[in-house]
Design a protein around this ligand. Structure first.
Ligand SMILES: Nc1nc2c(ncn2[C@@H]2O[C@H](COP(=O)(O)OP(=O)(O)OP(=O)(O)O)[C@@H](O)[C@H]2O)c(=O)[nH]1
Ligand SMILES: [Mg+2]
Length: 326
């Protein structure tokens, strides 16, 4: 099934039930007191993060989410039943916008947001009885529930994001570092949607995201990258992946940095390391890596060189990033 990371949802909350305008009646007691109950509140539409969902495909297939109405109040002071909420499961990292802007940013299993509020039930006539008006004959109608057109986006939440130009070897690294089995091939844009994998030992597990390759101009919409740059925003730390065997690795790294900064200047300050891949294909991998960045690491997914150190550095990076969070 296709990976879906954006969709539109029509959320309709339930109407509140009408209040009842009932008068007590008994044989030989024609003018009894008011006894109309209140209407029940309408149900709301609620989004809730659910483990096991990794994209918005289900939601895109079910764009109409409707909660039930509250029941009307009845005679003998019986209040109407409350409408049931609709709880919509969404993946971790779901962001919801309505016409006024950001409505909810759902991070962490079980996180919940009310996206369309149910209408209040109307009061029955019994609620209006007073010393001046002992027999009110009017009751309130229930209020309408909110109806909203929502724009929903997924921004993958990961500890470490692998970013780089197409074909740099990002998916290969993900496959070597985690149990994930992403598609790997010798052509650009093999990866079309983000892949996630879990690395590290039980005690300090961290989630690694492999994102489709970025090209020059990605931040302005070229290639596939712009659609996926939003997934990078949620990564606590970034690994800038550069192919050491490329024609001009320095230029590739500069292009990558420019695109990240152009998309969001804050990305330039995100904790990151530079990793040179395909060390087995060049004569002096360490030298090329040094020329990229003082702390750059040369690795080969082919021979396994440098992978243990990379894993260690990534664990450190994600722990430090976690600690430095507000
Ligand atoms: N020799 C060698 N080849 C590698 C290494 N790492 C990756 N490759 C090859 O490089 C090619 C691209 O690898 P991918 O992992 O698909 O690259 P990617 O960065 O995910 O590419 P996109 O998804 O298209 O952006 C594949 O043919 C890999 O087998 C390495 O360390 N050594
Ligand atoms: Mg890939």
């Amino acid at each position: 099934m296709a990976f879906v990371d954006e969709c539109t949802v029509f959320a309709r909350a339930g109407r509140g039930g009408n209040g009842s305008a009932s008068l007590h009646s008994e044989p030989y007691k024609p003018l009894g007191g008011p006894n109309g109950g209140d209407g029940g509140d309408g149900g709301s539409v609620v989004f809730e993060v659910s483990r096991g969902l990794h994209d918005l495909a289900w939601l895109a297939d079910h764009p109409h989410q409707t909660a039930t109405a509250g029941e009307p109040g009845r005679k003998s002071n019986r209040d109407g039943a409350t409408g049931a909420d609709v709880v919509v499961p969404v993946p971790d990292g779901t962001v919801v916008f309505d016409e006024r802007g950001l409505l909810a940013d759902l991070v962490g299993e079980g996180a919940r947001a009310l996206v369309a509020r149910g209408g209040r039930g109307g009061r029955g006539n019994a609620a209006f009885a007073s010393a001046r008006n002992r027999v009110p004959r009017t009751s309130e109608p229930g209020e309408d529930g909110e109806e909203k057109r929502l724009r929903v986006e997924l921004r993958t939440v990961a500890d470490v994001g692998l970013v780089g130009l197409p074909n740099a070897g990002k998916s290969t690294l993900l496959a070597r570092l985690t149990a994930a089995k992403p598609k790997i091939a010798d052509y650009p844009f093999t990866t079309l949607t983000p892949n996630l994998g879990v690395a590290g030992s039980d005690a300090d597990r961290f989630v690694v995201a492999d994102i489709p390759g970025l090209i020059e101009g990605a931040s302005t919409g070229r290639g596939l990258g712009h659609r996926f740059l939003r997934h990078i925003v949620r990564c606590r730390a970034l690994v800038l992946v550069v192919d050491l065997a490329a024609v001009d690795p320095q230029q590739d790294l500069a292009t990558l940095r420019d695109e990240l900064t152009a998309y969001d200047p804050e990305l330039a300050t995100r904790p990151s390391i530079v990793v040179g891949t395909k060390a087995d294909l060049v004569d002096e991998p360490a030298e090329i890596a040094d020329s990229l960045d003082a702390d750059a690491l040369a690795v080969s997914a082919m021979t396994g060189d440098g992978l243990d150190e990379l894993l260690e550095r990534l664990g450190l990076l994600s722990r430090n990033a976690e600690r430095s969070e507000p």
